[in-house]
Design a protein around this ligand. Structure first.
Ligand code: AMP
Length: 280
């Protein structure tokens, strides 16, 4: 595996490449990221992984400063999972002096993560994803279902900008006890780690309530109660349409249960696809 730091080197390295698969990341790689790289390895001739801690998508500067960074470790893991090229640009490579262009995806980026982290979050995500897709020019780009609203924002942006790339979405990789893997999990204290299971417990309670015939708002309330039992207060726990993130009212169609909650000093998110309920 080779590491490149500029878009010029990247284009040179990819000239004449066959099917290119691309996995954008912010580093601190774990099994969730590696599942995307392995999927790309299976499907494509050349696998590009980017590692870029994108400053513009952080609404909280403390979170940006605390974000784990270890490029040597990331390079070894990416290579082991089958990456051919690691794109590790500096911030001024992505945001040149005088940078003045922002990609904003209206609608789907506004509720939930958009409301809690501010418009700056998905503007930062949409802008950097658009720039990376233009720089790499992949045939397929791989994203994790873990960041479900990000997937919906990226799908909208790819359709709206007419980018010629297929978006592949890989399932959430979890720890054996059910906690969704995240680069932020290492910041959970030993005392907080068991409480982090509240997110998955809340989602499971919503799924159970839907199966038992509850209406959407009642199912959300039951999930919230289960989280309270574990001492965690969700920022939101909601049933939504997976494409638009509008509140779901019709449970005879597949919906998505989404949750975000602070656990100690760490903000976590998770989600669960809820299959369509058979009409009575
Ligand atoms: P990040 O480095 O957090 O920006 O994540 C890079 C990519 O990895 C995104 O597409 C994430 O959705 C994906 N990802 C992160 N955690 C997981 C996970 N536990 N399972 C599957 N994909 C994940």
């Amino acid at each position: 595996m080779r590491t490149v730091r500029t878009t010029v080197e990247l284009r040179e390295a990819l000239a004449g490449a066959g099917q290119v698969g691309f996995v954008p990341t912010m580093g601190a790689l774990h099994e969730g990221h590696l599942s995307l790289i392995r999927a790309a390895r299976q499907d494509c001739d050349v696998v590009v992984v980017s590692v870029f801690v994108n400053p513009t998508q952080f609404n909280d500067q403390g979170d940006l400063a605390a974000y784990p960074r270890d490029e040597d470790r990331d390079a070894a893991l990416a290579s082991g999972a089958g990456a051919d090229l690691l794109f590790a640009p500096s911030a001024d490579q992505i945001y040149p002096a005088g940078y003045a262009t922002t990609v904003r995806v209206a609608g789907v980026s506004e509720p939930f993560e958009g409301a809690h982290r501010g418009a700056v979050h998905f503007e930062g995500v949409a802008t950097v994803v658009a720039k990376l897709l233009i720089a790499v020019g992949p045939d397929v780009a791989y994203f994790g279902q873990k960041d479900a609203q990000q997937v919906a924002v990226v799908r909208r942006l790819v359709a709206d900008l007419g980018l010629h790339v297929e978006i592949a979405v890989c399932p959430i990789v979890r720890e054996p006890d059910g906690l969704a893997m995240s680069s932020r999990n290492i910041r959970l204290t030993t005392a907080d780690r068991p409480r982090a299971l509240a997110l998955k417990a809340g989602l499971d309670a919503v799924a159970h309530a839907v199966r038992s015939g509850a209406d959407p708002r009642d199912a959300e309330r039951r999930g919230t109660m289960d989280m309270h039992k574990l001492g965690v207060e969700p920022e939101y726990l909601a049933l939504v349409d997976p494409a638009t993130f509008a509140p779901a009212d019709d449970l005879t169609r597949p919906t998505l249960a989404i949750v975000a909650a602070p656990v100690g000093a760490v903000r976590l998110i998770d989600n669960l696809t809820i299959p369509a309920r058979e009409e009575a």
